[in-house]
Design a protein around this ligand. Structure first.
Ligand code: BGC
Length: 390
């Protein structure tokens, strides 16, 4: 009996030890998984390389991207390239040295391709942010707005502002054309979108172009003449001043196609200094829903802008980043559509491959709805006060 009791006791002890070990190894495995997840979700570094701070949106983009990444448990570091691709490449190099697991890059020009190649060599995924990274086959994802539609909204704004559908060739309207930086693929889409609306009016003679007229961005020589290198406002202002004293001297301009708000305000500043326009400014388009331009829309000095909620773009980019880092092969981004689903694959064409392009929807803003970007929380209370947008 004693022997049986001893055997049972040993058996029980072995069994409980085994159960105990199982439990321990089970929880160790679960703990292991948790800590692996924690390392991926909590400790991985996402590098955020933004192009510059001259155009305010990039400051907001940087802050939103960092906040969205941190909200999802990542570490995040944001760098601004100050309009200098060499500097941005150094910043990307530093982010890689720090062990960044993924990069979100708003590029300056295609000189960024070598930094993207370095990332690929280190197995670090890159998301092209807002601007496509051209001449590179070293990345797979691009997230942006529907940039052709941005241009269409600008063209439609001018069409409405000039009431072009009622205009006649006997009494034509006069427009001059500006484009963004030729180093930025978006500038071509904005321009082509706008001209897809305006060209028919030029062809029927109701709209006359003052200065160079590239029918599309493919007319490289003329596109270069209307382009604004680096999106710099002083370049646009000087070009507008030269037009006023040159090509536009003998006419009164009814409209100016301006590709973004920073340039629109520089153009309006030049036009306002010309006595011919003191009582009536031309219809000027814009983009970015900057607070200073919303104030001018409210006051009737700028006709329209395009609201691209960069807070939503940043959130979408980090949702995409999170899936890439978790190894999801076919990431989906709520609120964004794939360019390929609407026949706009070319938006993702780098010249070396076609990357997956996710598009968000831009919104038209005029005097009728200038408060919308404020209601959406895109404009801060400080900006509301500073720009008299109450
Ligand atoms: C962006 C615009 C911006 C411009 C100048 C473009 O790539 O899409 O929102 O106004 O760059 O920074």
């Amino acid at each position: 009996m004693k022997k049986i009791c001893l055997a049972l006791a040993i058996l029980l002890a072995v069994l409980s030890l085994t159960v105990c070990q199982r439990q321990q190894s089970g929880s160790a495995a679960a703990g292991g998984q948790q800590s692996a997840a924690a390392t991926t979700a909590e400790a991985s570094l996402i590098g955020l390389a933004m192009p510059e701070t001259t155009v305010l949106r990039w400051v907001k983009d940087g802050a939103s991207l960092k906040a969205e990444a941190e909200k999802r448990g990542y570490r995040a570091e944001v760098q601004f390239g100050n309009g200098d691709q060499v500097l941005q490449n150094q910043q990307i190099g530093n982010l890689l040295t720090q062990g960044a697991k993924l990069l979100v890059v708003g590029q300056l020009n295609d000189g960024v391709a070598s930094a993207v190649a370095d990332a690929a060599r280190d197995n670090v995924a890159v998301i092209a942010y807002d601007r496509i990274i051209q001449n590179s086959a070293d990345y797979d994802y691009y997230i942006t707005f529907n940039n052709f539609k941005v241009g269409q909204l600008q063209g439609q704004g001018i069409e409405a502002g000039l009431n072009l559908s009622a205009a006649t060739a006997a009494s034509p309207k006069y427009i001059t054309l500006f484009a963004g930086s030729p180093t930025d693929g978006n500038a071509f889409f904005f321009y082509d979108g706008a001209m897809s609306i305006l060209n028919p009016y030029v062809q029927s003679g109701v709209l006359k172009v003052v200065g160079p007229y590239p029918e599309t961005s493919k007319d490289t020589a003329n596109f270069q003449r209307i382009a604004t290198e680096g999106w710099l406002p002083n370049i646009a202002k000087t070009r507008m001043e030269n037009l006023l004293s040159g090509d536009a001297r003998s006419v009164t301009l009814d409209a100016v196609l301006a590709p973004n708000d920073t340039l629109a305000r520089a153009i309006i500043e030049a036009v306002s200094a010309d006595a011919k326009y003191t009582s009536k400014l031309p219809v000027v388009s814009g983009q970015d829903a900057e607070a200073a331009s919303l104030a001018m829309i409210k006051n009737g000095q700028q006709y329209m802008t395009v609201f691209k909620d960069t807070g939503k773009l940043a959130e979408a980019a980090i949702i995409l980043a999170d899936q890439i880092l978790k190894g999801v092969t076919d990431p989906t981004v709520p609120g964004a559509i794939l360019a390929s689903s609407i026949g706009l694959e070319s938006i993702g064409d780098t010249g070396r491959k076609v990357v997956k392009a996710y598009l968000l929807d831009p919104v038209n803003i005029t005097q009728a709805n200038w408060r919308d970007p404020i209601t959406a929380g895109f404009i801060t209370p400080e900006e509301v006060t500073a720009n008299n947008l109450q």
